[in-house]
Ligand binder design. Structure first.
Ligand code: SF4
Length: 285
């Protein structure tokens, strides 16, 4: 049987740079967010189980030790519970040394999973889900056609937490433009406080060519946030965070300034993060 190990461009979070990437779906099951240009080159589909198994056996024959596996692509939880269970069982059998299996997971697709099912997946090694929160404001989420609400985000995150699966959340500064900046920052902090993720990636909106967001920006309907405004948003967002223990990073290539720290009880990360941002604000003022 002939097959490709990877179809199209494969995306992964920066923190999965050292992980073995196993592509179990191809593309994004939603593909409608107006700012996103990923996965436009293909139609979403599940990779046949036989192909996934062949890929796993191939990787096993090549690598002696695989401590971490990232399941790609855009939304692995578009797989049914039964299919994901089968894949995780195969990983457990072939890679007993694997300590962490992670994947992107949207609140939309988490709707079809129960906490009990997620707990079963967790027992088979699924320990971290990257969740694109992007905003806690329903108005912003609707504007960018994210296909999720703050209520759904909280409900999905609760199920993951109940199942023992850690959450790595991402949010996008500038997503509400200059018009909804303050509402976006305040509501996003509120939702993050409720979700209480273990990791948080703060990104900055970039305008990708060929997206609806590009058209809206060019026509003047969407008013891009200024660089100083982005830093103000980040400052407001981080000021509002009250998290148990969360590693916060804004070190993606899209960010204006790279800041990182741990927010939570016993950590002084929040003050240090705000200090770093304050210094950056002076530069961009
Ligand atoms: S942002 Fe994520 S959910 Fe939205 S279209 Fe892009 S890959 Fe899909």
């Amino acid at each position: 049987m002939e097959f490709e190990l990877y179809e199209g461009q494969v995306y992964r979070p920066p923190s999965e740079a050292g992980s073995l990437i196993v592509q179990v779906t191809s593309g994004c099951s939603y593909n409608r967010c107006i700012y996103c240009s990923m996965y436009k080159d293909r139609k979403f589909h599940l990779r046949p189980f036989e192909e996934v198994l062949l890929a796993l056996r191939f990787f096993r024959s090549r690598y002696q030790s695989v401590p971490r596996i990232f399941l790609a692509d855009g939304d692995v939880l578009a797989l049914s519970y039964g299919k994901l269970l089968r894949i995780l069982r195969s990983i457990r059998d072939l890679f007993p040394e694997c300590e962490r299996i992670s994947a992107y997971g949207s609140s939309r697709n988490l709707r079809s999973y129960t906490a009990a099912q997620l707990q079963e997946l967790h027992l088979l090694g699924l320990s971290l889900i990257y969740m694109g929160v992007e905003s806690g404001s329903d108005a912003v989420l609707e504007y960018v056609r994210k296909g999720q609400t703050r209520e759904l985000l909280i409900e999905s995150a609760d199920k993951l937490t109940e199942a023992g699966i850690l959450i790595s959340a991402s949010v996008i500064c500038g997503l509400g433009g200059s018009a909804m900046a303050s509402e976006h920052a305040e509501a996003t902090a509120e939702v993050l406080n409720r979700i209480d993720p273990r990791y948080l990636g703060i990104l900055r909106l970039t305008i990708d060519p060929g997206t609806v967001m590009e058209q809206l920006t060019a026509s003047g309907e969407f008013l891009l946030q200024s660089e100083y405004g982005i830093l103000e948003e980040m400052y407001q967002l981080i000021s509002g965070l009250e998290l148990s223990e969360c590693i916060v990073r804004s070190n993606h290539v899209c960010n204006l300034v790279a800041v990182s720290g741990t927010i939570g009880y016993g950590h002084e990360g929040k003050a240090a993060l705000l200090q770093q941002l304050d210094a950056a604000r002076q530069v961009y003022r």
